[in-house]
Design a binder for this molecule. Structure first.
Ligand code: ARG
Length: 379
């Protein structure tokens, strides 16, 4: 049966086709989350010593929301429809039959929760108790897309139990206290706080390159999670990748496609999966190293690094939205032949990320394509 194209709401296969519809997160009420097995925030110098939790300061949330609202206007000026999630009371304690968690997190980094693959939006498992219920912020939108678009596949990965056995006991405080090179030993072994008891992944560990999905093993995505994704997307090739990042979480400040034939890699996080470069070379894709970040240190109360400099959003394969202070990164894009749209966004970083993290595709033009016809056995 031919589809009624006018009713299609959800369609996006990669990170670069012309963008028409997107979700932009909100900063309201975001928490320094209460301690949990997966993570314990320890930011004494900024008012949140180990064991404490609470909302990020109101004036920080206001500044972040101004920048998120500005991004929304910029997108709308470029003909992109923008939806926003529904804020919950993230200071409330939440529970399942298995555990009680004293606070939620927030709803700024939409990319972490939802994975759009073609006409499907998949709710990720998530791997922190504070983020277990975050999908609820997106339900009003997903319900609407489901009503409007008869072709929309609305999916949710199995809700994880997140019992103590899903985590390595006492891992986080030990890891948090380590120096970078000690942490890197864990990356080399791909051994962090998650066990393999159940599939766990965040949507932001997936890079979408048409038929090929690159999924980062990380502190928030385990091997079982990648196996689940592989079985869930039988028409895709799911490649497990890892990079020399001492504390990996989310692929989009490490490795990001820019247009067919060109991807950007974090200059200090080379791939640890040798097949990655091989596959790209074999298919005439170039991987360029990112420019140096403009920021000297991470933002106060942020769990993200200065490498949000490369966490950019493509409007189409010629146009990229970049944080306005990232001069070297903007210059590099310029030299690579992109039109650059600078927007202020650094105040958003304590709320969970940059321009790519803050957004999730609903509709980009185009269809499923194979950009890597020459594959490598076993990858
Ligand atoms: N872990 C990354 C870094 O600090 C930040 C990635 C954030 N991405 C996201 N989707 N929330 O370099």
């Amino acid at each position: 049966m031919p589809e009624d194209q006018s009713k299609i709401v959800v369609n996006s296969w990669n990170e670069w086709n012309p963008l028409k519809h997107i979700i932009v997160g909100r900063a309201d009420g975001t928490m320094v989350q209460a301690p949990e097995p997966a993570t314990q925030r320890n930011w004494a110098e900024d008012g949140f010593p180990l064991g404490t939790f609470g909302p990020l300061p109101e004036e920080m949330a206001e500044k972040a929301n101004l920048q998120l609202d500005n991004l929304t206007s910029v997108l709308e000026q470029h003909g992109v429809k923008v939806d926003r999630p529904t804020v919950l009371d993230f200071s409330q304690s939440v529970q399942t039959p298995d555990w009680v968690q004293e606070s939620m997190f927030g709803t700024m980094p939409a990319r972490d929760i939802l994975l759009t693959v073609g006409n499907e939006i998949l709710e990720a498992t998530m791997s922190q108790r504070s983020r277990w219920f975050e999908y609820l912020c997106y339900r009003p939108l997903l319900e609407r897309y489901y009503k409007e678009d008869p072709n929309f596949r609305w999916e949710a990965a199995p809700k994880p139990r997140l019992m103590d056995r899903s985590f390595r006991k006492e891992f986080w405080p030990m890891f948090d206290a380590m120096k970078t090179d000690e942490q890197m030993q864990h990356t080399l072994k791909m051994e962090w706080g998650l066990t393999e008891v159940e599939p766990l992944f965040d949507a932001a560990d997936v890079g979408r390159f048409g038929k090929d999905l690159f999924v980062q093993r990380s502190t928030v995505t385990n091997a079982a999670g990648i196996d689940w994704l592989r079985r869930h997307f039988p028409n895709h090739r799911v490649h497990e990748v890892s990079f020399a990042d001492p504390s990996p979480a989310h692929i989009d400040a490490t490795f990001l496609p820019l247009r067919p034939g060109l991807a950007l890699i974090n200059r200090i996080r080379p791939p640890l999966t040798p097949q990655l470069r091989e596959l790209f070379e074999k298919n005439d894709w170039e991987i360029v190293e990112s420019a140096a970040p403009g920021q000297k240190k991470k933002a106060k109360l942020s769990f993200c690094s200065v490498w949000l400099s490369m966490n950019v959003l493509m409007l189409d394969e010629k146009t990229v939205i970049v944080e306005e202070q990232e001069n070297s990164q903007m210059e590099q894009f310029d030299q690579l032949g992109f039109n650059v749209i600078p927007v202020p966004f650094w105040d958003v970083s304590p709320f969970g990320g940059g321009l790519h993290c803050a957004t999730v595709d609903v509709y980009r033009e185009g269809k499923l394509e194979d950009y890597f016809p020459k594959q490598i056995a076993g990858f």
